[in-house]
Design a protein around this ligand. Structure first.
Ligand SMILES: Cc1cc2nc3c(=O)[nH]c(=O)nc-3n(C[C@H](O)[C@H](O)[C@H](O)COP(=O)(O)OP(=O)(O)OC[C@H]3O[C@@H](n4cnc5c(N)ncnc54)[C@H](O)[C@@H]3O)c2cc1C
Length: 856
């Protein structure tokens, strides 16, 4: 074993081996993988080996598509077969809601390059004859699904990495990690210490233990998971003989079951409701190539449904039941990236679908380590997306919820209950008493909307407009016509101070820093000129700036700030989290209301739009920003939590004469739609440039040399490829939810959406006859799904909903820049739940286009 390496990867499961391979492929050949036992000794060896592309997050779906594509290349490079079976798969819908879910997934697949197709239950049966089609209303076919041999695949990564120069050390546990003052890691192993610049935690079942070596409690938990293998089945053998091919994979949401052919029988696995964590606090180091005791009673309810849906399987003999543990993060997606607060300590763990995601995780992480950027939008798997509230117990509750809902529909207006409330503001009880429907905003309870008195404060979950529609409309109209108050504690808040603070912020942000007492809005870019943040910054006093941004991005942003902090101690950053809370008042009477609460002049002359001032509000020391996300006359008032009840009470009492109402996050989001305001993580993400995102007003290329300036200048010079636009949509009873394809009546291929890629997967007709067999057909079918007569998919929706004050259904999304200025009727359609609805671009906001209301 060598004593130095550029990077040490801890763990030889499929993820560690993929990371090692990708690092070596990216040019870091001085890399080493250290494995406690043999390769695959964690969860990798007993996986069912299934893979698919579909994921709720389109960006994670892309990385899954990459993983599947990689296998052929990997086999060639390593000389090791992965035993790939690219059978394709069907997802079965048993209800209209599930069919809506499939329609959404299919529509999303259009711009992601997925080649899915909605089919009938009989067509599905032609591919999987063991099912009883009478239980289903429809299905979705995905040609890019299949299964492989988990052990062979892990070894294929390892062999390919070795060929590129990487070293793999087996039977050697990493027992400790320490760091030298110069940042060098000491990787202390049973066989000695290795010095490394970078350490990657790919510890799988032991990733928590590896995290604890550096003082980090990673939010992941292993769950027991069972699948069974049947004896050979004559029906399977007959199908294979008759058609000359293997049966496809099947996902039955209702039965919480996945099943597929395995040799001449089937494999059937289930994500049961009565799920069970494994080793909830510590994973024993001596757990090896062993299985857990099966517990068929636990999965009996799923099996009962499954056997009804697949009577062919009910009669088969069970050969073996596998029960093994594997890890999940609270939301089921991996934990990838550098850990905030540490230098060069990386994670690639909680990968619950290593054979769908392992390749993409390896690619993104290696890009990140070698080039400083993952090269993709990996927010959905970024380890920074969880805050301190994601404790061991939080994780336990959420992982169990996530596991037991793995095949349940998550509706766009659905808030999940586990591990809540986690954090609350002092107003929590007041909000609940006011009939607020609360939501979870980065671990903080936040009012979403207020149910009418006498009704249950609860969302009726749906893909369509629901019971919040009327009350949100009332809240919006009350704000726009009178005044409203809402909690805004769910923003990120920082103080950046010290003699170097202004220069530091000027280096990070695209906008020039404001004068004392003034506020600016500013994006933040990475070196590649892509959007990595959107901030409101107030110059609070000499060398002191108050900074606000998206709550969920707190760790993500702190990681970036820390990376760029000058080493001379001239800049201090304080993250307030919930030690600073806020209330926002907005509406035409907001100024008169504020005036009643303060002892200074807050007229529009004395306290202008985009001013910042410290003042006592309702008797409490506060910081006040003259700005709100409603796009109306309004203020954000920030205070210590101890004063929040006092300020709220004062606002409500003083506001009574103006008819003040409480409004929630959903009304706020509705109001921002009619102002064309973007949101972070929907419209603004690291895949877009500032000019694509319509942020040009906040980019000062002529100021000092900020990070990403050259790339942004190039984007401007070349002209952005895409443009963010707002649409009015002729929606029926459902508004856009995000990720819908945007169709345009154009003959030009703008190259803005991916071409469907079936990877030469087989396709079958309703009789089970294969109609496409090879990649040679790709040319002919390359536009299938994204071109329809005169129409073609040119872009995608990022978010939207109903803009209640202007009474229009609205959407925001990205389209080719050449189309972004065209407000014509009949040019665009947006696909909502499988139906294409006419849509028109609106360049000017529908509410107060001149901004007179905001300026007051
Ligand atoms: C029953 C079952 C069925 C599954 N089916 C599928 C499926 O069909 N498709 C799919 O994609 N996924 C499936 N999975 C999940 C899949 O197994 C995991 O996603 C995958 O194994 C995760 O790999 P990993 O490399 O992250 O972790 P692991 O496989 O757990 O590997 C971690 C490795 O790190 C080593 N290690 C840990 N700590 C140290 C240390 N301190 N020093 C040295 N070495 C260390 C361990 O020995 C281990 O080898 C299934 C899992 C189970 C249990």
């Amino acid at each position: 074993m060598k004593s130095h390496a550029k990077a040490v990867v801890i763990g030889g499961g499929v993820v560690g081996c993929s990371v090692l391979y990708h690092l070596a492929r990216a040019g870091w050949t001085d890399v080493m993988l250290i494995e406690r036992s043999e390769l695959t000794s964690g969860s990798s060896w007993h996986a069912a080996g299934g893979f698919h592309t579909l994921n709720g997050d389109p960006n994670v779906a892309k990385l899954q598509a990459y993983t599947v594509q990689l296998y052929k290349e990997l086999e060639e490079l390593s000389g090791q077969s992965c035993s790939l079976h690219l059978t394709g798969g069907v997802m079965l819908a048993d209800s209209p809601e599930r069919m809506d879910f499939l329609r959404l997934a299919h529509a999303k697949g259009r711009y992601l390059g997925m080649d899915t197709e909605l089919i009938t239950p009989s067509e599905a049966k032609a591919m999987f004859p063991l099912m009883d089609e009478s239980h289903f209303v429809g299905a979705m076919w995905d040609p890019v699904e299949g299964h492989l041999d988990p052990s062979c695949t892990t070894h294929a990564y390892a062999k390919a990495a070795r060929k590129l120069g990487a070293e793999i050390v087996l039977r050697n546990r990493v027992v400790d990690l320490t760091q030298e003052p110069d940042g060098t890691w000491n990787v202390v192993t049973e066989q000695g210490t290795v010095k490394a610049e970078h350490v990657v935690n790919c510890g799988g079942l032991w990733a928590r233990e590896v995290g604890r070596m550096v003082g980090v409690e990673l939010p992941l938990l292993a769950m027991e998971h069972m699948y069974l293998l049947t004896e050979p089945m004559p029906e399977v053998e007959a199908f294979n003989k008759e058609t000359g091919r293997e049966m496809v994979g099947v996902l039955d949401f209702k039965g919480e079951i996945y099943t597929r052919q395995e040799r001449n029988g089937v494999l059937l696995g289930t994500y049961e409701k009565a799920c069970k964590p494994w080793s909830p606090v510590n994973t024993p180091w001596d757990f090896g190539h062993e299985l857990l005791i099966p517990d068929l009673d636990r999965i009996a309810p799923s099996l009962e449904v499954g056997f009804r849906h697949f009577p062919g399987i009910a009669n088969a003999g069970i050969k073996q039941v596998i029960n093994g543990p594997f890890t999940f993060a609270p939301d089921g997606n991996p934990l990838v990236g550098p850990v905030q607060g540490l230098t060069n300590f990386w994670c690639a763990c909680a990968v619950m679908a290593g054979f769908s995601q392992g390749g993409g995780v390896g690619l993104a992480l290696s890009n990140w380590m070698v080039n400083g950027d993952p090269g993709f939008d990996v927010w959905g798997m970024d380890v920074a997306r969880f805050g301190e509230w994601a404790s061991l117990r939080y994780t336990n509750a959420k992982v169990r919820e996530n596991y037991s809902r793995r095949f349940s529909i998550r509706f766009p207006n659905e808030e999940l209950p586990a591990a809540r409330p986690a954090q609350t503001t002092p107003l929590y009880d007041t909000m609940v008493a006011s009939n607020a429907v609360m939501g979870d905003s980065w671990g903080l309870e936040t009012p979403l909307w207020f149910a009418p008195k006498g009704t249950e404060p609860k969302d009726i979950v749906s893909f369509h407009r629901s019971n919040d529609f009327g009350p949100i409309g009332e809240e919006v109209r009350a704000v726009r016509e009178r005044v409203g108050v809402t909690e805004i504690a769910n923003f990120a808040k920082y103080e950046v101070s010290g003699p170097g603070a202004e220069a530091f912020l000027n280096r990070l942000m695209t906008n020039r820093m404001p004068k004392v007492g003034r506020i600016v809005l500013t994006p933040m870019l990475n070196e590649f000129g892509k959007l990595i943040g959107d901030f409101t910054i107030a110059h609070a006093g000499d060398d002191r700036f108050m900074v606000w941004s998206s709550s969920a991005a707190q760790k993500y942003h702190m990681r970036w700030f820390e990376k760029h902090l000058p080493g001379d101690g001239s800049v201090r950053i304080h993250r307030f989290d919930q030690t600073l809370v806020g209330l926002s008042i907005a509406g035409p009477k907001a100024q008169a209301l504020l005036q009643k609460l303060v002892d200074v002049d807050v007229s529009s002359k004395a306290f202008r739009f985009m001013d910042f001032r410290e003042m006592a509000v309702g008797g409490a020391p506060a910081m006040v920003n003259r700005i709100t996300y409603t796009g109306d006359l309004g203020y954000e008032i920030w205070m210590q939590p101890a004063y929040q009840r006092l300020v709220y009470k004062a606002i409500k009492e003083a506001g009574a004469e103006f008819g003040i109402v409480d409004f929630g996050m959903r009304a706020l989001l509705s109001m921002r739609l009619e102002k064309n305001f973007p949101t972070w993580f929907r419209e603004l993400r690291p895949i877009y440039g500032p000019f694509e995102g319509g942020m040009e007003r906040f980019v000062r290329l002529e100021k000092n040399d900020f990070i990403g300036r050259d790339a942004a200048a190039k984007e401007l010079e070349a002209g952005p490829k895409l443009k963010r636009v707002s649409f009015v949509v002729d929606a029926l009873d459902a508004d856009v939810m995000g990720d819908e394809p945007i169709w345009a009546k154009v003959s030009t291929d703008y190259g803005t959406v991916e071409k469907p890629h079936g990877y030469g997967a087989p396709r079958f007709d309703a009789k089970g006859k294969e109609v496409r067999v090879s990649a040679a057909d790709e040319g002919a079918s390359s536009v299938r799904g994204i071109v329809d007569g005169d129409w073609r998919v040119v872009g995608w929706v990022t978010s939207g909903g109903y803009a209640h004050y202007v009474g229009q259904s609205m959407a925001q999304g990205y389209v080719p820049a050449a189309l972004a200025g065209n407000e014509s009727d009949g040019l665009f359609e947006i696909e909502i739940l499988g139906k294409r609805r006419p849509a028109r671009i609106k360049i000017e906001p529908l509410f107060d286009p001149g901004g007179e209301r905001m300026r007051g």
